[in-house]
Design a protein around this ligand. Structure first.
Ligand code: G6P
Length: 436
C-alpha cells in the first residue's frame, strides 16, 4: 500500500534526523514515497540534504522512493502525512528577533518575549497558505507542525485554516521524559509525565512510572541540579532553587527560566551575546559545518554533531506520532492540540500541550481537570497573550500587535514595548505583508 510523506522545509539541517526516524520505523510505518520540499532560496541546501537522504536510504536498502522539489503543490498530491519545519526569514530574521529586544534590555529569544511574537507574525500567514494547500490538494493528510512558535502557530491554523487535521509537536516533553527516565534508571517508555500548559510553557505535575507517581523523587534531583538537566543545547541551565521547587511541586520546563529567572538569564544571554553573538549566529556557524559534513559523499547516516542543535530528537516525536496514527496504536504521546475541555481553566479552542491517546482519527486529549493554583494565573495570562498574538498576526493591526507585545510578561513595559515593536516591524517588514 502506498504511504506518502511530504516534508516542507526539507532543506533544513534537521532533516537527516527525520530520515533516520523513517528508516528506523520502516517495518511498522512503511513510507513508500518521500518528498522533500523547499523554496528557491533554500535550493542549494535542499540539494545537499536530498543527496544525503538518498545515500541514507540506499544504505538501509528500504524501498523508499525519494525525490526533492521546489514545487509544493505538485509534491502534496496524494500525501498521507505532511510535516512542516520552516523558518520564515531564515536565521538572519531570528538574529534580529534575538538582538533587538536584548538591545533594549529585554529577553531576546526565538519563541519567547518580543522575538517569539514577531516570529509568529512572520510564520502564521505562510503556514496558513500551506495548510490551505494541504486542504485543497490532499484533504485526508495529517499535517504535523514543528514550526515555531509551535503552539501558537498550531492554534492559529486550527482556528483559521480550512484544514483541521493538524497537530503541533515539540521535543521538550520528549527531552523531559527521557531525562527523568535516566535519573530514575527506568526505560523512557515506562515514564509518563502528566503535562499541563502550553508549548514552551508546560509543567509536569505528576511523573508516573508503571502507574506509580514518583514526582517527589524527581523534584529532589532537580533541586540537586547536578542530577537532572533536561535543557536542550540552546538553553543554558541555571538550576532551580529548593524553595521554588518545594513550593510549586511542579516540574518546570527549561523555557520557564525566562519567566522565573529573568534577570539571571538576561545577564547570561548578554554575556554570551557579547562573546559569541546570539544563538542564531552560533547556529549559523554550526549549520555551515553541518552542511560541509553533509556534502561528504561517504556520509550515509545522521552525524552526531546534529545533537548540538536544540531540536535534537525532534524526529522521534514526529515519527512516533505518525506511526501511532497510521497503526491506530492508541498509545499516549504529548502533542499540541485543541484543549476541548481537557484543562478546565482554558478555552476549548485553545491549543494546549498535553498527553493524548493517539488514534487513527488523531490525538484525543486526556483530561487533567483544573490548573494548579500556583501557576493558574500565569498560564491563563500566557494563553490570553497567545490569543492576542494570533489576532494581530491575522489582522495586521498595529494596536493588536502592540497589545500582544505589552501583555507578554517578558515585556510589560508600555513605552519600551512600542520602541521594540517599531524596530522589529521595520526590521522584518519584508516578511510582514499583513502590516501595511
Ligand atoms: C528546542 C526547542 C525547539 C527549538 C530549538 C532551537 O529544542 O524545543 O522548539 O527550535 O530548541 O534550537 P537551536 O539549535 O536552533 O537553537
Amino acid at each position: 500500500m502506498a504511504l506518502k510523506l511530504v516534508i516542507i522545509g526539507g532543506g533544513s539541517s534537521y532533516t537527516p534526523e527525520i530520515i533516520e526516524g523513517i528508516i528506523k520505523r520502516y517495518d511498522s510505518f512503511p513510507v513508500t514515497e518521500l518528498v522533500l520540499v523547499d523554496i528557491k532560496e533554500g535550493e542549494e541546501k535542499l540539494q545537499i540534504i536530498g543527496n544525503l537522504a538518498r545515500r541514507m536510504i540506499e544504505k538501509s536498502s528500504k524501498p523508499i522512493q525519494l525525490t526533492w522539489t521546489l514545487d509544493r503543490k505538485e509534491a502534496l498530491k496524494n500525501a498521507d502525512f505532511v510535516s512542516t519545519q520552516i523558518r520564515v526569514g531564515r536565521l538572519d530574521a531570528r538574529a534580529k528577533d534575538e538582538r533587538i529586544p536584548l538591545r533594549h534590555g529585554f529577553i531576546g529569544q526565538e519563541t519567547n518575549g518580543a522575538g517569539g511574537v514577531l516570529k509568529a507574525f512572520r510564520t502564521i500567514p505562510v503556514l496558513m497558505e500551506i495548510a490551505n494547500d494541504v486542504h485543497a490538494i490532499c484533504p485526508d493528510a495529517w499535517m504535523i507542525n514543528f514550526t515555531n512558535p509551535a503552539g501558537i502557530v498550531t492554534e492559529a491554523l486550527l482556528k483559521y485554516a480550512a484544514h483541521k487535521k493538524i497537530i503541533g509537536v515539540c521535543n521538550i516533553p520528549y527531552n523531559m521524559r527521557h531525562s527523568v527516565a535516566e535519573i530514575l534508571h527506568v526505560a523512557p517508555d515506562d515514564v509518563r509525565i502528566e503535562f499541563v500548559g502550553m508549548n514552551h510553557f508546560v509543567f509536569g505535575q505528576k511523573v508516573f512510572v508503571k502507574g506509580i507517581d514518583r514526582i517527589d523523587e524527581v523534584l529532589e534531583k532537580l533541586i540537586d541540579s547536578d542530577g537532572l538537566d533536561y535543557s536542550p543545547a540552546n538553553i543554558v541551565s541555571l538550576g532551580w532553587s529548593k524553595t521554588f521547587i518545594e513550593s510549586t511541586r511542579l516540574l518546570p520546563n527549561p523555557y520557564h527560566q525566562y519567566y522565573f529567572q529573568t534577570r539571571d538569564v538576561l545577564e547570561k544571554d548578554l554575556a554570551a551575546y557579547e562573546a559569541n553573538g546570539t544563538r542564531a549566529e552560533v547556529v549559523q556557524q554550526l549549520e555551515e559545518s553541518l552542511f560541509e559534513l553533509y556534502k561528504d559523499p561517504e556520509l550515509r547516516e545522521k552525524p552526531k554533531e546534529l545533537e548540538e542543535r536544540g531540536g535534537a530528537f525532534y524526529s522521534d516525536v514526529a515519527c512516533s506520532l505518525m506511526d501511532s496514527i497510521y497503526n491506530n496504536k492508541q498509545d499516549i504521546q504529548t502533542v499540541n492540540i485543541r484543549n476541548n475541555g481537557a484543562i478546565s481553566d482554558l478555552p476549548d479552542d485553545a491549543v494546549v500541550e498535553i498527553n493524548c491517546v493517539i488514534t487513527k482519527d488523531g490525538p484525543k486529549p486526556i483530561s487533567v481537570g483544573s490548573l494548579p493554583l500556583s501557576v493558574k494565573g500565569i498560564i491563563q495570562q500566557m494563553k490570553a497573550f497567545e490569543e492576542l498574538v494570533i489576532r494581530a498576526a491575522m489582522t495586521g493591526d498595529y494596536h493588536d500587535a502592540y497589545l500582544a507585545l505589552v501583555m507578554n510578561p517578558l515585556m510589560a513595559d508600555e513605552k519600551r514595548s512600542k520602541i521594540v515593536l517599531d524596530e522589529l516591524l521595520e526590521a522584518h517588514k519584508h516578511y510582514l505583508p499583513q502590516f501595511k
